[in-house]
Design a protein around this ligand. Structure first.
Ligand SMILES: Nc1nc2c(c(=O)[nH]1)N[C@@H](CN(C=O)c1ccc(C(=O)N[C@@H](CCC(=O)O)C(=O)O)cc1)CN2
Length: 291
């Protein structure tokens, strides 16, 4: 059985460290404040946003909440974005994704002030990431990819020279994690697989590390992975559980794979808590840049 990589534990340690940094910021007259824009009432999004504010309270960051109805227009969402851009109490903010159907997410993300882009998803910040393969980077990094890398680092898993197979081309991780994994400091080789990939199982079998982010419950099977691989499960599906009579989060990795793996992130309890911790880290770093 591979090592279980405990995202909750690493996230708790990260938050404890961030709480100290927030104290230092406050002592120097800077109060960080995280804003969230939530449009509609998707139960997952409502829960994630509530979690973000609970995290803020835990480490001493102020919360600014903007909620809009499911039928909000593009202009109403854009107005909320412009207000947070202009609000000095808001040092960083996010627009919770997905937005209701019909609202152009990319056009909304474009309107975010890159200096307040706590998700690291604005085209300017993604462009900075493309440009800076080496050295330090002073722009916010996308939270989920950063969370994956920090989580593996916390378990001394060195990605230098490793073959990483990424499954899924979504904006929160699939499209962006390669930019972080291929930075000189990480030095991994990345293959991005998606619905157009011819033999995805062949790619998985070759990989040292699989980052599964497709949202297809149990997609990665034991016969698809090599002995001693590292499995990072980011996929989220809500599947009805007959035993408890409730919907439960199921990842992309079939639990039977854990026997064959060197290490694996459980789901839930792996990358999710790190996504939240990295959002706070971005907020704290953005505030520290004001010093
Ligand atoms: N603007 C953004 N929207 C979305 C992002 C994002 O990073 N920025 N990512 C996801 C949702 N997300 C954060 O927003 C997120 C997802 C999951 C978790 C988490 O801690 N999950 C728990 C399980 C929780 C459950 O039971 O449902 C876990 O994995 O242990 C945190 C944040 C899409 N939208």
């Amino acid at each position: 059985m591979g090592t279980r990589i405990d995202g909750k534990k690493v996230a708790a340690r990260t938050k404890a460290d961030l709480a100290k940094r927030v104290e230092l910021l406050k002592a120097r007259g800077i109060q960080p404040g995280l804003g969230t824009i939530l449009v509609g009432s998707d139960p997952g999004s409502v829960k994630y946003v509530a979690g973000k504010h609970a995290d803020c309270a835990e480490i001493g960051v102020n919360s600014i909440k903007r909620e809009l109805p499911e039928n909000a227009t593009f202009d109403q969402v854009a107005d909320a974005v412009r207000q947070l851009n202009a609000d000095p109490a808001c040092t960083g903010y996010i627009v919770q994704l997905p937005l209701p159907r019909g609202i152009d997410e990319n056009a909304i993300i474009d309107l975010i002030d890159p200096k307040k882009d706590a998700d690291g998803m604005h085209p300017y910040n993604l462009g900075e990431l493309v440009l800076h393969a080496r050295g330090d980077i002073a722009t916010p990094l996308p939270c989920t990819p950063r969370g994956v890398i920090e989580l593996l680092r916390a378990y001394d898993i060195d990605l230098d020279g490793k073959e990483v197979c990424v499954l899924g081309r979504g904006i929160t991780i699939g499209r962006t994690i390669g930019l972080l994994l291929t930075r000189k400091a990480v030095n991994a080789t990345v293959t991005l697989c998606h619905t157009g990939t011819k033999d995805v199982r062949e790619h998985m079998r070759r990989a040292d590390v699989i980052v599964a982010a497709m949202g297809v419950a149990g997609f990665v099977k034991p016969e698809d992975i090599k002995e001693g691989s590292i499995l990072v499960d980011v996929g989220v599906s809500r599947v009805f559980d007959e035993e408890s009579g409730r919907y439960k989060v199921k990842g992309d990795v079939d639990k039977a794979c854990y026997e064959k793996a060197l290490a694996y992130t459980p789901n839930p309890g792996g990358v999710g808590p790190m996504t939240r911790a990295m959002l706070l880290q971005n907020v704290v770093e953005m505030a520290e840049r004001q010093l």
